[in-house]
Write a protein that binds this ligand. Structure first.
Ligand code: ATP
Length: 196
């Protein structure tokens, strides 16, 4: 089933700590049946209680590379020795349920999705922190990241912010997450509003 104008997938990106999870959590709470996250593929093995097709589609390296060759991923990346990717089929699984697929992906993935040879262009939302200082405060306030991770995230944030300003950035909308309520309303208007 081809996505209609109203359920075209939405790509949300932005630096770590910009508030993507916070805004998406609220959106899913307000619209419990309307959206879905696609299940990613990975070459890493399941951990703990993880089940194939639920947390991830667990595949061999050969299967993963085969899907890359067939242009079956809208985006994929390798971290350490493990690869991860979002398949077109997984996005279609969400569309088949009558839901809009939300893709929460990082900058390199955004570029790949925007440049995919066959996948129809989704809608791109970029969530920006109000400033680097505030981003740093929020990352520290989150208290989930180690100091070295925070510094890495801040460096990467600079790269992402530069990309967002560059002409190759595909974003249809940039929302600055200053006041959370305002940012949520703006993000929601883009995602479910009349222009959706
Ligand atoms: N407008 C806001 N004002 C103040 N704090 C905020 C605001 N938005 C988000 N936060 C806080 O900032 C921190 C980072 O937000 P969040 O975890 O949603 O970011 P993220 O973009 O999902 O990051 P990651 O990509 O690392 O998952 C959280 O502690 C969150 O509660």
């Amino acid at each position: 089933m081809a996505p209609t104008a109203s359920n075209r997938p939405i790509v949300i990106s932005g630096p770590s700590g910009a508030g993507k999870s916070t805004i998406l959590k609220r959106l899913f709470e307000e619209y419990p049946d309307r959206f879905g996250f696609s299940v990613s593929h990975t070459t890493r093995g399941p951990r703990g209680e993880e089940k194939d097709g639920v947390e991830y589609h667990f595949v061999t390296r050969e299967q993963f590379d085969d899907l890359i060759a067939k242009k079956g991923f809208v985006e994929h990346a390798t971290f350490g020795s493990n690869s991860y990717g979002t398949s077109i089929a997984a996005i279609e699984d969400i569309e088949k349920k009558g839901r809009t697929c939300i893709l929460d992906i990082e900058m390199e993935g955004v570029k790949q999705v925007a440049n995919h040879p066959t996948f129809p262009r989704p809608r791109f939302l970029f969530l920006s922190p109000p400033s680097m200082d505030i981003l740093e405060q929020r990352l520290r306030g989150r208290a989930t990241d180690k100091e070295a991770d925070i510094l890495k995230r801040l460096n990467q944030a600079k790269v992402e912010m530069e990309f967002a300003k560059s002409p190759e950035a595909p974003h249809d909308k940039i929302v600055v997450n200053d006041d959370l309520e305002k940012a949520y309303q703006e993000a929601k208007a883009f995602i479910v509003g009349e222009d959706a």
